[in-house]
Ligand binder design. Structure first.
Ligand SMILES: [Zn+2]
Ligand SMILES: [Zn+2]
Length: 182
């Protein structure tokens, strides 16, 4: 394991959240409705309060470009940004255990707004990544037409493409190019 279990989970969920938004790349926005948000939260096992209203949906949607930006920052800029998030949200790390997850850290109360908790959870995970000097685990999909973020937890840091099928598409394209060249 590269990071603490809650860090890896938080990074995976943050990446998944960012990637519901195609950004400037191809694909569909898969977080458009309250039902989409409920499905996302249930699939990723999010605990804590949910308002279930449009304001909450909008706040979570707005979090995606912000997290995408954090994901791509260099170390110094990310340090500054993460510290600012923790300051602004008055983050106070506490060890908690619920739903059989084992001890992990929550840094804002479980009744804080959902988007705030999502942001702080990602920020806390980034503190772990920065301290471990593993920022190169946070990548962007290598496909030209894809804006997805990639969490590379592979042993040899070889992961280049997102889970949206870009790796396969690139392989097919490379194969066709080779055929054409022959
Ligand atoms: Zn928790
Ligand atoms: Zn991709």
């Amino acid at each position: 394991m590269t990071f603490a279990h809650d860090t890896e989970l938080a990074l995976a969920v943050a990446a998944r959240l960012v990637n519901t938004d195609p950004g400037t790349g191809d694909g569909e926005d898969t977080l458009r409705t309250s039902a989409d948000l409920v499905a996302f939260l249930d699939e990723t096992g999010w605990s804590g309060s949910r308002a279930g209203d449009d304001a909450e949906l909008e706040a979570v949607r707005a979090l995606r470009p912000r997290l995408r930006e954090l994901w791509r920052l260099d170390e110094d800029a990310l340090v500054t940004a993460v510290n600012q998030v923790l300051l602004d949200t008055r983050a106070l790390p506490q060890l908690v255990d619920h739903d059989g997850l084992g001890w992990h850290i929550h840094a804002v109360p479980s009744d804080a707004p959902l988007a705030t908790r999502m942001l702080v959870e990602a920020a806390m995970a980034f503190t772990d990544v920065i301290r471990s000097d593993e920022l190169d685990r946070l990548k962007t999909c290598a496909a030209d037409d894809c804006d997805d973020v990639v969490l590379d937890l592979s042993r040899n840091r070889s992961r280049r493409f997102c889970e949206g099928g870009c790796g396969n598409r690139e392989n097919v394209r490379a194969y066709r190019d080779r055929r054409r060249a022959e």
